[in-house]
Design a protein around this ligand. Structure first.
Ligand code: NAI
Length: 289
């Protein structure tokens, strides 16, 4: 089975690694050749590190690396049975992209989006065959995170969600079926987690490092909310908050914050840009509670 992935950023590269490790051939496409090169380098480095640590055999790492092909055009999507989209979190861009994809792929190719927050029905609506469309939502970093949300749209043909759930399970992941509602499960629960943390900061109740420390050391979370938002990227995280807020008809529970909006507008996306709530340059001072 050959699987196509469109978008080779943090998520596309991670998903490509998962799928190649599971034994499938992968066509990884991005319009940006530098992003493709970065993805290729990171997949190779991750797999070789796993083999150095003895988690996989060296020949397994090399075989998985050999299964990932990168390309700046979509021609190779013609032989794919499934396409997973992981491009920018923007409905119009995703819809336009699926129109282009449908012009290339075979009639029985399944189409999926890794969107964090957009309605699967609204992306499917742009397709000529919306019944073959579904959400497959991985978490960051995809090779490490077990959970995958599988989200059928109202248009999705009966049975497809179960087929995808079984496929995702065969990749060693833990899929959960969820309804097509804003933020699905995890990103809905996560909005107040981030939102309240930012409000606590804005109200001067505690600083970022203290809030992060309290949630990791005492709350048992792997990352505190500010570290996690910087890790996800404010370009992605802010857009998701805005999208969930709008999709819930402006319910104040999900209201975005100006503090995060300003980071997004300034291009302070977090780790990926070297600065977000925290700084990540070589001279950066690690935060202390
Ligand atoms: P990213 O910004 O790291 O990567 C996006 C990639 O898509 C870039 O390399 C860009 O060049 C490429 N791209 C943009 N438009 C394109 C087009 N029309 N055709 C081909 N390539 C195109 O973004 P990231 O973080 O990988 O997120 C991608 C998607 O995954 C978004 O929908 C996001 O909501 C979702 N997601 C993100 C998570 C995260 O923690 N970052 C977690 C789960 C889902």
């Amino acid at each position: 089975m050959t699987i196509g992935i469109i978008g080779s950023g943090a998520m596309g590269a991670g998903i490509a690694q998962v799928i190649a490790q599971a034994g499938h051939s992968v066509c990884l496409h991005d319009t940006n050749s530098a992003a493709l090169q970065r993805a290729s380098t990171s997949i190779q480095a991750n797999l070789r590190k796993l083999s150095e640590k003895g988690k996989i055999k060296p020949e397994e790492a090399e075989a998985a690396i050999g299964r990932v092909r990168t390309c700046t055009d979509m021609d190779s999507f013609a032989r794919c049975s499934l396409i997973i989209e992981a491009i920018v979190e923007d409905l119009a861009v995703k819809q336009a992209s699926f129109r282009d994809i449908e012009a290339v792929v075979s009639d029985d190719c399944i189409l999926a989006s890794n969107t964090s927050s957009l309605s699967i029905a609204s992306i499917a609506a742009a397709c000529q065959k919306p019944e073959r469309f579904i959400g497959i939502h991985f978490f960051n970093p995809a090779p490490l995170m077990q959970l995958v949300e599988v989200i059928p749209a109202v248009q999705t043909r009966p049975g497809l969600a179960e087929e995808i759930r079984d496929l995702v399970q065969s990749w060693g992941k833990l899929p959960v079926l969820t309804k097509d509602t804003p933020g699905f499960i995890v990103n809905r629960v996560a909005r107040p987690f981030y939102g309240e943390a930012i409000r606590i900061l804005e109200e001067g109740i505690a600083d970022m490092a203290t809030i992060d420390w309290a949630m990791t050391e005492l709350g048992g979370f792997r990352m505190g909310p500010f570290t996690l938002m910087d890790f996800i990227g404010h370009d992605v995280n802010y857009r998701v908050t805005e999208s969930v807020f709008t999709a819930f008809f402006f319910d104040p529970r999900f209201k975005p914050s100006f503090t995060q909006k300003r980071l997004f507008e300034a291009g302070y996306y977090g780790r990926k840009s070297g600065r977000g709530f925290y700084s990540y340059g070589p001279d950066a001072v690690p935060p202390e509670p």
